[in-house]
Design a protein around this ligand. Structure first.
Ligand SMILES: *[C@@H]1O[C@H](CO)[C@@H](O)[C@H](O)[C@H]1NC(C)=O
Ligand SMILES: *[C@@H]1O[C@H](CO)[C@@H](O)[C@H](O)[C@H]1NC(C)=O
Ligand SMILES: *[C@@H]1O[C@H](CO)[C@@H](O)[C@H](O)[C@H]1NC(C)=O
Ligand SMILES: [Zn+2]
Length: 415
């Protein structure tokens, strides 16, 4: 059976990596996300989308000159909004996204589908009149999911639907068979630490109200389980809606703490295991997961731009990641983000609007499986001298539904 998943990954990872230039640390990224403040809510999408500073300039701590400049863009903004909502461009981005996803499906790091989809986007950028369209080669991991299975043995036999996490280690070749401890939180695990040794730790955490606040169980589950002597961990998938649907995603290990195998099981199975344990049953599970290490391959970060007519050396980036996980088609994670990045530029081209600064669409490669942010990390290393050219970078990786606001990371002054 094919279990389709959506993994909405770390919003703004690319941006944070650009800003910090440090080595990637998924736990830290996650903490930064939580800390990141909501910059401002956008007005309802149906009205011309003009920021609060235009509607209520008195509330904005900007110079009068800047305020006047912002107000002067009103006609251009209204033209854009009219074209998108009622003009010939209406529905275009969505239709193009659908076509892209149907043509290429999953685009996991190292796959031919990913490279084919990159060729397609390069071609589309040229056809739509962008300038300086090019790919920049990056060495990326080649991710192939191995064999993954788990079965409840006691008190009855039941197949457990699961997906391994990345970069989890595998189990020994013959698999693991062990007793089980189900916990509902990290606190619950600490309270039951004495019972954890040698067991498979199952996390049956409730949905914590949002993806961001719940995902910490997937990200740190293996660390917390191993800390109290667990030998493997099965974590309830990070979702508030399930039809026996397992989700994959990134996880992390910490130095000096044993690296134990980690996978996500479904909400239904996590709840079942919890109920069985609470009614006094002794649980036993067998779990087997193999990991393939394939040689690295070459992929590309993709660029296309509208060169600025006044300050061509100053850049505004619009970006998303073109790769996806292997078990879904990455329609929203993150073909949606890449599509809106290029469509914004195509739209300006069609309307004949020009910009002071250079607008650059960037489609990052290899953000997801088999390492996080490989494409963007390569870019940062290669272009460290040019990072200062960016006036702003937009990165979309949390779904392209109705616009509800902007999350912002950066200095107070930049904010
Ligand atoms: C990653 O960041 C977390 C939180 O800031 C920190 O506790 C951890 O030690 C870091 N891990 C590594 C490998 O640097
Ligand atoms: C998105 O916005 C449109 C236009 O305002 C509205 O009709 C629609 O209901 C909104 N959809 C969601 C999911 O909020
Ligand atoms: C960045 O700015 C420098 C100095 O203005 C310029 O020489 C360089 O071409 C710029 N790079 C890009 C990619 O625009
Ligand atoms: Zn993503």
């Amino acid at each position: 059976m094919n279990h389709t998943i959506f993994f909405v990954s770390s919003l703004l990872v690319a941006f944070q990596v650009i800003c910090s230039g440090t080595n990637h640390n998924i736990t830290k990224d996650y903490e930064n996300q939580i800390k990141r403040r909501r910059f401002q809510d956008l007005p309802p999408f149906k009205a011309p989308v003009i920021g609060p500073c235009v509607k209520h300039p008195e509330n904005c701590n900007l110079s009068p000159i800047l305020k006047a400049e912002i107000v002067s863009y009103r006609p251009a903004v209204e033209t854009i909004v009219r074209e998108v909502l009622d003009g010939e461009s209406k529905g275009r981005a969505y239709k193009e996204l659908g076509k892209f996803v149907d043509l290429f499906g999953a685009r996991v790091s190292g796959s031919k589908a990913l490279e084919d989809s990159i060729d397609y986007m390069l071609d589309q950028m040229k056809q739509n009149g962008l300038q300086n369209v090019h790919g920049e080669e990056v060495v990326v991991p080649h991710y192939v999911r191995g064999e993954e299975r788990a079965e409840l043995l006691t008190p009855r036999r039941k197949h457990l639907t699961l997906l391994g996490l990345d970069p989890s280690v595998g189990t020994p070749a013959q698999g693991i068979e062990a007793d089980v401890l189900v916990v509902t939180s990290f606190e619950d695990l600490k309270a039951k630490a004495k019972q954890a040794k040698g067991k498979i730790i199952v996390f049956n955490q409730d949905w914590q109200g949002s993806y961001k606040t719940t995902a910490i169980y997937r990200i740190r589950g293996a660390i917390e389980a191993a800390t109290v002597g667990g030998i493997a961990t099965l974590i309830r998938s990070i979702t508030d809606f399930s039809l026996n649907t397992p989700h994959t995603g990134g996880m992390t290990y910490e130095a000096l703490i044993p690296e134990i195998p980690a996978a996500c099981i479904t909400v239904e199975d996590a709840e079942l295991l919890y109920r069985l344990q609470e009614s006094g049953e002794k649980l036993r599970i067998s779990f087997k997961m193999s990991i393939y290490k394939l040689p690295a391959t070459t992929s590309r970060n993709v660029f296309g731009e509208i060169t600025g007519n006044e300050k061509p050396n100053e850049l505004v980036g619009l970006s998303g990641h073109i790769d996806s996980w292997d078990v879904g088609q990455g329609a929203l994670d993150d073909a949606g983000g890449t599509q809106i990045s290029v469509e914004a530029l195509y739209l300006l081209k069609r309307l004949g609007l020009t910009t002071h600064r250079t607008l650059q669409a960037i489609l990052w490669t290899s953000e997801e499986a088999a390492a996080v942010g490989v494409g963007v990390a390569d870019y940062v290393k290669r272009h460290d001298k040019e990072l200062a050219n960016f006036s702003a970078v937009f990165e979309s990786d949390s779904g392209t539904f109705n616009a509800t606001g902007l999350d912002f990371a950066g200095s107070e002054e930049a904010g």
